[in-house]
Design a protein around this ligand. Structure first.
Ligand code: MN
Length: 260
């Protein structure tokens, strides 16, 4: 059975022992150095961890699992992830806003488990909340309307019955429109809303959130109902730009952001 991606994602609680977290690599044919660095990470740093956790936007766009067959970037990523899984590293993948159509076939091809957004993860004695991050950008009303539509199983199922070329053309239009809107939208509107983060932490009963999406890597400490809480933001990757950047988050004893 081929579930639509919105229905394929059910895992909401996981246990981790020694994870490496990444997100927002935005892999595409236009970013060859970024893709090469990803393959390097999988053959290198990630192999030394028990789990690789990808918190969304691994790909710049994803037109559906069946569109990966003739996509050289998707094929390289699948091969690299499968090799990491074969080396014994457990793989978790969350959909981002750009690759929300990652589904059951991608998971099967890579050996990954798809994570719901958000997911609670227990690491040692600590429980943390994992999310892509876009759900907390609640001041961006136009984006939230689009997100609700794009996450609707009926919309996804109708979209995935279109020919791949038609889907790619539609995604191209959405991306162009989104770039134009981003240039006109104030940066704080596209960042997370502090109250939305507080609500999510309260609902989960935890005091630490790990997310990507905003591309502002940092460890924020703030007060939540009288006690400290933390929000760790993963970096985006772009090794092809004039300001090459990227990195990951680990938690061996202490939580640590490694930024390039
Ligand atoms: Mn994103």
């Amino acid at each position: 059975m081929n579930l639509v991606p919105a229905l394929a994602v059910t895992t909401q609680r996981i246990a981790l022992t020694d994870p490496l977290f990444i997100s927002d690599l935005h892999l595409s044919e236009a970013q060859p150095r970024t893709l090469a660095r990803f393959e390097e990470l999988l053959a290198g740093e990630a192999c030394a961890h028990a789990e690789l956790v990808i918190l969304g936007d691994l790909f710049e766009y994803w037109a559906g699992d069946d569109a990966a067959d003739n996509d050289p970037v998707a094929q390289r990523v699948i091969v690299a992830l499968r090799a990491l899984r074969a080396a014994g590293v457990v793989l978790f993948v969350m959909q981002g806003n750009r690759d929300l159509l990652l589904g059951a076939d991608f998971a099967a091809a890579t050996g990954a488990t798809l994570l719901a957004d958000p997911t609670q993860a227990t690491i040692g004695s600590e429980t943390v909340l994992l999310a892509h991050g876009d759900t907390y950008c609640t001041r961006d009303l136009a984006y939230q309307r689009f997100r609700a539509q794009a996450r609707d199983p009926r919309f996804q199922s109708a979209f995935l019955t279109q020919p791949v070329e038609q889907r790619r053309a539609f995604i191209g239009q959405v991306r162009a429109r989104s770039e134009a809107v981003k240039r006109e939208t104030a940066a704080d509107i596209m960042d997370v809303t502090p109250e939305a983060v507080r609500q999510a932490l309260r609902a989960a009963g935890v005091r630490k959130l790990i997310h990507g999406h905003t591309h502002h890597p940092a460890a924020h400490v703030f007060e939540l109902d009288g006690a400290p809480a933390e929000r760790w933001v993963l970096p985006d990757w772009d090794l092809d730009s004039e300001a090459p950047r990227g990195g990951y988050l680990t938690c061996r004893g202490a939580w640590q952001l490694t930024l390039w």
